[in-house]
Design a protein around this ligand. Structure first.
Ligand SMILES: Nc1ncnc2c1ncn2[C@@H]1O[C@H](COP(=O)(O)OP(=O)(O)OP(=O)(O)O)[C@@H](O)[C@H]1O
Ligand SMILES: [Mg+2]
Length: 184
């Protein structure tokens, strides 16, 4: 995949399909330690141990519209190409955790990509799930929590175009800020 953000979107879609009510995405950028990682947690239906062992294989899917599922195998490939690893932990009825780790400076590591638009796409595909996003850059952190936002918004719908426009800008500026603060 050309951008990490697209992998994240894909993995979050899996959590939505798994009927999660809470989804958490944490991105960690540690250029000095040469680590790039992201994790996705959910409280969805989970997978059995046997299923998890097979899920990196593209022919392992519960999709009915086609015979291959590519989200996890492609991410696994990207991690391996970047001297990293994809770790999956899951428990039936409890939820799933995926952690993708790569060398920050690996020549094959895809760029992060457009996180503000990805967050907006995720928010648009939510149906009342609680979504939490945290982005760490060195010792700086940016956070977005749909439950907190919804409290501020009151009756206003999170998926209203003007709200999403504001969120896009908020994420964009937030990510610029955590990366610039370091050098001040
Ligand atoms: N968070 C999750 N919770 C429960 N099951 C999951 C989760 N993520 C993946 N799975 C299971 O693993 C299978 C493979 O996932 P993968 O993303 O690789 O392919 P897919 O979602 O089936 O198809 P695609 O991603 O290409 O649309 C899914 O069909 C689903 O059964
Ligand atoms: Mg998928």
């Amino acid at each position: 995949m050309e951008e990490i953000a697209l992998h994240i979107l894909d993995i979050v879609q899996n959590s939505i399909y798994a009927n999660a009510t809470f989804i958490k995405v944490v991105i960690i950028e540690q250029p000095v330690q040469n680590i790039f990682s992201f994790s996705v947690w959910d409280n969805g239906k989970g997978m059995t141990k046997d299923f998890v062992e097979q899920v990196k294989n593209p022919f392992h899917t519960t999709r009915t519209t086609r015979k291959v599922g590519l989200g996890i195998p492609l991410l696994d490939l990207t991690c391996q190409q970047c001297n990293g690893k994809l770790k999956i932990k899951s428990q039936v009825g409890k939820g799933t955790m995926l952690k993708a780790k790569m060398d920050y400076d690996h020549i094959d590591r895809p760029p992060l990509g457009d996180m503000p638009s990805t967050i907006v796409s995720i928010l648009l595909s939510l149906k009342n799930q609680h979504f939490y996003y945290e982005h760490q850059y060195m010792d700086q952190k940016f956070k977005l929590d749909t439950q907190e936002l919804q409290e501020i918004l009151g009756e206003i719908f999170l998926q209203e175009p003007t709200v999403l426009q504001w969120i896009h800008k908020y994420v964009e500026e937030g990510l610029i800020e955590i990366k610039q603060r370091i050098f001040k």
